[in-house]
Design a protein around this ligand. Structure first.
Ligand code: ADP
Length: 259
């Protein structure tokens, strides 16, 4: 009897533990989702406020010179693009969650992907006083890839480099071929990430809570999205980072054997 009783007791304890763990996880997910809704709403509000303020000033004829008017219009365009990127990333994420995300592969020059991501970020980077250098090793790898999705992944990394740069104002993009893989390194000199956090930042909705990140808007979807895209290309993303010194996010994609 003793052994049967202890087996039953053990099973009951295990079931209880598993149930509690599930409940705990669900509560955690619910909390993360509500944070997510709050941060998405906040992220929508910031560009909307800016678009509205600039448009109203233009409407009242208060912008002044032609140059200022052009600056206001550029801001409106750039903020609208930011809104589009945010909405796109939320839609993209729900597509992934529902298993509906598809990739359209074609021969793609990685250098072109890097340049197109850099071009998209040119204006927001310049506005905040950033310099961006692009270093290509000249090997110009061609991948079987979805150029749009890959551009999105690099954009997310570049956007993060900008958001988490702290006082630093320089970002580097390096691309080429290394150890039989095509690579894109996104290098910033910003706030960095502790080792503990490095293992969690690719989880959906996960955002590092610290003094340095307190004022930075985000949804916690950028990295999981980028990782999904890169893994769909049979690649991976490596992080090297030191708190206070900066981070390097390195996208690596194996080169397919050409037919
Ligand atoms: P978001 O930036 O919208 O919060 P991400 O999924 O892109 O979401 O990133 C998750 C978290 O990882 C960020 O909230 C931030 O704490 C951290 N992080 C990402 N990139 C960097 C970086 N380049 N430097 C420092 N921290 C970063």
């Amino acid at each position: 009897y003793g052994s049967i009783l202890s087996a039953v007791l053990g099973a009951a304890l295990l079931a209880g533990y598993l149930l509690l763990r599930d409940v705990h996880r669900e509560a955690e997910t619910a909390l993360m989702r509500s944070h997510f809704v709050a941060s998405v709403s906040h992220e929508l509000k910031t560009p909307l406020t800016s678009i509205r303020a600039h448009a109203e000033t233009l409407l009242m004829g208060r912008a002044g010179s032609a140059e200022t008017t052009a600056d206001y219009l550029k801001t409106i365009v750039s903020e609208s693009e930011r809104l589009t990127r945010l909405v796109d990333s939320v839609l993209e994420f729900s597509r992934i969650e529902q298993g509906r995300k598809t990739y359209h592969l074609q021969a793609t020059r990685l250098d072109d992907v890097v340049r197109s991501a850099a071009k998209t970020m040119e204006y927001p980077l310049a506005q905040l006083g950033f310099t961006l250098t692009i270093a290509s090793d000249g090997t110009a790898p061609i991948l079987l890839a979805d150029p749009g999705a890959l551009t999105q992944a690099i954009l997310n990394l570049l956007g993060n480099a900008m958001k988490y740069s702290g006082e630093a104002r320089h970002i580097e993009l390096r691309t080429g071929t290394r150890d039989g893989e095509a690579f894109v390194d996104v290098v910033d000199h910003g706030i960095g990430i502790t080792r503990d956090d490095q293992s969690r930042i690719f989880e959906r909705f996960h955002r590092v809570q610290s003094n340095e990140t307190a004022g930075v808007a985000g949804t916690g979807l950028g990295l999981p999205l980028a990782l999904h895209v890169v893994e769909a290309h049979r690649g991976r993303i490596a992080v090297e980072s030191q708190p206070g010194r900066g981070s390097t996010f390195s996208v690596r994609i194996p080169l397919q054997v050409q037919a």
